[in-house]
Design a protein around this ligand. Structure first.
Ligand SMILES: Nc1ncnc2c1ncn2[C@@H]1O[C@H](COP(=O)(O)OP(=O)(O)OP(=O)(O)O)[C@@H](O)[C@H]1O
Length: 342
């Protein structure tokens, strides 16, 4: 069966995914209905083992669906030839061995195999696409380096360049930032966003990196065991409380105001905080909340004011008519922990 929806590249209809153990079905996610649209970066989030990789493998036809259908550009995935599939979907997996004998340019050239075949020579168009992919991912200066010498971040960009050279409408990446430090994680996610926006590809990423996903994704897919996948723009999912539901944990809660996780203190003390709403105010509030204080506007026995207009900021704490002064947030936090939290 074929069908066409102008806006979406990928449509998932009533899909059940999982594995067969002999004749027995092991259902991982059931009755999934989703669409992927052109020019969007979509991040799929969900706890370990919920089925993110299984869904990505099913979409890229590494494993068959248990039931339901997937349509790519209106055509049923089941009936697309292998070559056409490679022109429609490129996949970047993370981890595994570095294929050391290849140079970066040769690795990126492998992305052209749906057009050349494994033994085919590269045409001028193929070379143009390889240069385009190396440029967009900012790895052209590494073109003659051996893959074995690359850092994890550089290797990830090269693998993205290879997928770009494949020039498919859909790019799928399974945890592309898993082994990267903060700078590289942000760089890779911003690169993917830029690629989705500029090339109009649909880019689907599975990740545990909530912060990067919030800052880059056009849409999130939230997978929870035994429930339908929730989708939406990150900000809507935060205000609707869907992120809290996804990370339901005894010891910490997701704070809708700050978009950060906080320890769920069972008993909290209130503190009145005064001062200009500058960086000192915001990070003092963050430090107080970290040790279990609730910052309130109303009167409280504990009053803290920050004088931050001078060169050296001062924190003044009034506690039952006693005044204490501090010159750094750390001093204030140590004092409060010693005196009020035991
Ligand atoms: N080949 C397989 N045969 C049977 N069960 C499998 C197979 N591969 C994975 N599973 C099971 O499917 C479930 C989902 O695994 P999957 O790898 O898709 O989760 P995930 O959300 O990607 O997890 P993670 O975030 O840890 O990577 C798990 O219970 C896993 O044990």
């Amino acid at each position: 069966m074929d069908r066409n929806n102008q806006h979406s590249i990928l449509e998932i209809s009533n899909l059940t995914i999982g594995y067969f153990h002999g004749r027995k079905k092991k259902i991982i996610l059931d009755r999934i209905n989703l669409t992927l649209e052109k020019g969007n970066l979509v991040c799929m989030l969900g706890e370990n083992g919920v089925g993110k990789s299984t869904l990505l493998k099913t979409i890229s036809r590494v494993i068959p669906p248990l039931s339901g259908e997937i349509f790519i550009n209106g055509h049923s995935l089941q009936h697309i030839s292998q070559k056409a599939l490679a022109k429609n979907i490129s996949v970047v997996l993370t981890g595994g061995q570095k294929p050391g004998i290849l140079k970066v340019r040769e690795m990126v050239a492998l992305g052209r195999y749906p057009y050349t075949g494994w033994v085919g020579g590269l045409s001028a168009e193929d070379h143009d696409k390889i240069d385009w992919a190396l440029n967009l991912t900012n790895v052209n200066h590494l073109a003659d380096e051996s893959i074995a010498t690359l850092s994890d971040g550089q290797l990830q960009k090269v693998m993205i360049a290879r997928a770009l050279a494949q020039d498919s409408d859909i790019m799928i990446l399974d945890e592309p930032t898993a082994f990267l430090d903060v700078n590289n994680r942000l760089e890779i996610m911003h690169l993917l966003k830029m690629l989705a926006w500029e090339t109009k590809k649909a880019i689907l990423v599975s990740t545990h990196d909530l912060d990067s996903a919030f800052h880059t994704a056009d849409q999130l897919w939230l997978a929870t065991c035994c429930l339908p996948i929730t989708t939406g723009c990150p900000e809507d999912l935060i205000v609707e409380g869907e992120i809290q539901n996804l990370f339901d944990h005894e010891a910490f809660v997701f704070d809708q105001q700050s978009g950060r996780f906080k320890t769920d203190f069972k008993s909290i003390r209130q503190i009145n905080l005064q001062g200009a709403h500058d960086k000192y105010y915001l990070w003092t509030k963050s430090g107080l909340e970290r040790i279990g204080y609730e910052v309130v506007k109303s009167n409280s026995t504990l009053k803290l004011s920050i004088e931050s207009n001078a060169n050296a900021p001062v924190w003044r704490l009034e506690d039952d008519d006693k005044l204490h002064k501090f010159s750094a947030i750390g001093e204030l936090i140590s004092f409060l922990r010693g005196h009020h939290l035991g």
